[in-house]
Design a protein around this ligand. Structure first.
Ligand SMILES: [Zn+2]
Length: 326
């Protein structure tokens, strides 16, 4: 096993060496210049009318990048990761990472889930337990690459989005538009060897162009040019969930935002509130939450950040609440 890991690491290093600043950069630039967007739809059966008429929404932090978002009777789960402290996840190329925390909720205790948003296919975002136990009919919104993996695992309702593609979701009176936005797991040369990543913008409300509430989930990304495009196309973000952790693979290559990057991200996308997630949960996460908190303070952005411990819930009030239940 140790030999296998070592070989994997050597192969990975060799591949990094060959690909730095390769043709992928030019390709990315072209994609950004010529955006093509497809629209998909998902109609869910109407649920509990009382939940649909709730005047506020909630976002509960379960751990890593796993959150439960509930609004207007919709229940959305992101990047489901339910393995426990001490267990290992695989990150490809024979690399593994050990979990340092427990999820705040056990997988079996989750409420019924309407859909899953999966930023990318990595074991710390869609772990073995979830791969085995998640209901095969759960709609999953993700990248094309991840959707291929989900198909092999037997998941039936896959929505494979490229950058700027949309999924229009309806459930009774509730409306949600999910737009896939750019994310890149590391510097240009490194990211080509890692899964493609999808950030997402969630626009709640009857008119997604003038949403009642706009949420941005970064996915595992660094700050790079395309992040500015997100800010231009989706201004007025109410809540940003930022994947931090300053993840380092092979102890060297940074593949997620550290504390400083998180603040830079806030300065670009200008969310009204930011909740940091994806930190302190794995031994490959090298930038602790305290580093982000220090940078936030130094930048004078304290008021815009909500710190949630695992299990904590943030309650939000949309600009326009749904009609109260009769
Ligand atoms: Zn991750």
């Amino acid at each position: 096993m140790r030999v296998y890991r070592l070989l994997g690491s050597v192969a990975l290093l060799a591949a990094f060496g060959m690909s730095v600043a390769g043709p992928a950069q030019a390709q990315n630039a072209m994609q950004a210049a010529v955006p093509q967007a497809d629209t998909f739809t998902l109609k869910l059966p109407p649920g509990d009318p009382a939940a649909a008429a709730a005047q506020t929404g909630t976002m509960q932090f379960i751990g890593t990048a796993t959150v439960l978002i509930r609004y207007q009777g919709l229940t959305i789960l992101t990047d489901p990761n339910f393995v426990h402290k001490g267990e290992h996840v695989h990150l490809g190329y024979g690399l593994t990472s050990q979990r340092q925390t427990n999820p705040a909720i056990e997988f079996d205790k989750l409420p019924p889930i309407d859909l899953v948003i999966l930023s990318h296919m990595h074991d710390d975002h869609f772990d073995k337990l979830v791969q085995e136990r998640l209901n095969r009919n759960t709609p999953i919104v993700s990248t094309r690459e991840a959707s291929e993996g989900l198909k092999r695992l037997g998941f039936q309702q896959r929505f494979a989005l490229s950058d700027w593609d949309r999924l229009e979701v309806s459930k009774g009176e509730a409306r949600l538009r999910i737009t896939a936005v750019p994310g890149r797991h590391g510097a240009a040369g490194v990211s080509v060897l890692l899964p493609t990543v999808m950030g997402s913008v969630l626009d709640f409300g009857a008119n997604a162009d003038v949403p009642d509430y706009r949420m941005y989930i970064s996915g595992d990304t660094l700050v790079y040019d395309d992040i500015h495009t997100i800010a231009q196309r989706y201004p007025g973000i109410d809540l940003a969930l930022l994947h931090l952790g300053g993840t380092r693979i092979l102890g060297t290559f940074k593949v997620t935002m550290d504390g400083k990057d998180g603040v830079q991200m806030m300065q670009i996308v200008k969310p009204k509130k930011t909740v940091p997630i994806h930190y302190n949960d794995y031994d490959v996460f090298k930038s602790p939450l305290s580093e982000f908190a220090r940078e936030v303070k130094a930048a004078g952005l304290d008021e815009g950040v909500v710190y949630l411990a695992h299990g904590d819930t943030y309650t939000f009030t949309p600009r326009k609440a749904p009609k109260p239940a009769p």
